[in-house]
Design a protein around this ligand. Structure first.
Ligand SMILES: Cc1cc2nc3c(=O)[nH]c(=O)nc-3n(C[C@H](O)[C@H](O)[C@H](O)COP(=O)(O)O)c2cc1C
Length: 207
């Protein structure tokens, strides 16, 4: 069992990373493998709605981490997406990345558990969490929660390490992810899989 954790901050070892690291260490202690992937500082372009991914099976733009994360997602069993809070929402990098990743390769995420983690100096955390969780909703991904909303506070990694409740929340998030993955695995061994859902109908509001 493996969980992929995405650090969407421009800071490789900043606040978001510190939160993800705490959750990942808790998962490892429960016997779950983890990999933290840093999106980096290079621009991540937004979706241009070209529809090319329908044919390619991935985003037509191959110059950032989007398709690489899509590849890693194929063999991952669970996910944590982490973003710093920018103007009371998720940051532009994570927004662009998740738009293109889920639009082009949502199939690699479907029915796998996921969690969102955000870091803020002060405010805007719940909106940012809500935005990230919307991607999981459309991919039928069980949402993994913790003993409080999955946020930490600080401007630097050291601040986050002093956010004792935030760190506790991250450890509990890691444990809850491990527990759910083990439940899903036990279910698989009993022959329990997602039921055959229907996807054919797509209407809009005018016809
Ligand atoms: C462009 C920008 C916008 C920000 N907006 C907010 C905000 O709305 N609320 C907040 O509390 N912190 C805000 N911050 C601060 C970061 O969210 C905060 O320092 C975060 O913990 C940094 O995480 P990182 O070290 O992983 O990048 C903003 C920072 C930047 C650069």
């Amino acid at each position: 069992m493996k969980v992929l954790l995405i650090n969407g901050s421009p800071h490789e070892n900043g606040c978001t990373y510190t939160a993800l690291r705490e959750a990942a260490d808790a998962m490892e202690a429960c016997g779950v493998d983890t990999e933290i992937v840093w999106v980096g500082k290079a621009p991540v372009r937004g979706c241009i709605a070209c529809g090319g991914c329908r044919k390619a099976g991935k985003c037509v733009f191959d110059d950032d981490m989007t398709n690489r994360i899509g590849e890693l997602a194929q063999t991952a069993d669970g996910f944590v997406f982490g973003s710093p809070v920018y103007y009371a929402g998720l940051n532009g990098t994570v927004s662009s990345l998740m738009d293109r990743l889920f639009y082009s390769q949502g199939r690699h995420f479907r029915h796998k558990p996921a969690a969102a983690v955000v870091s803020a100096r002060r405010a805007g955390t719940t909106t940012a969490l809500d935005e990230i969780q919307k991607y999981f909703g459309l991919c039928e991904m069980p949402l993994v929660n913790s003993s409080y909303w999955t946020m930490v506070h600080g401007s630097k990694a050291e601040d986050v390490r002093m956010d004792e409740e935030g760190m506790q929340v991250m450890r509990n998030l890691g444990r809850n992810m491990a527990w759910l993955l083990k439940c899903i695995e036990a279910g698989k061994q009993q022959g329990i899989a997602p039921e055959g859902n229907e996807y054919g109908v797509r209407t809009n509001f005018i016809r």
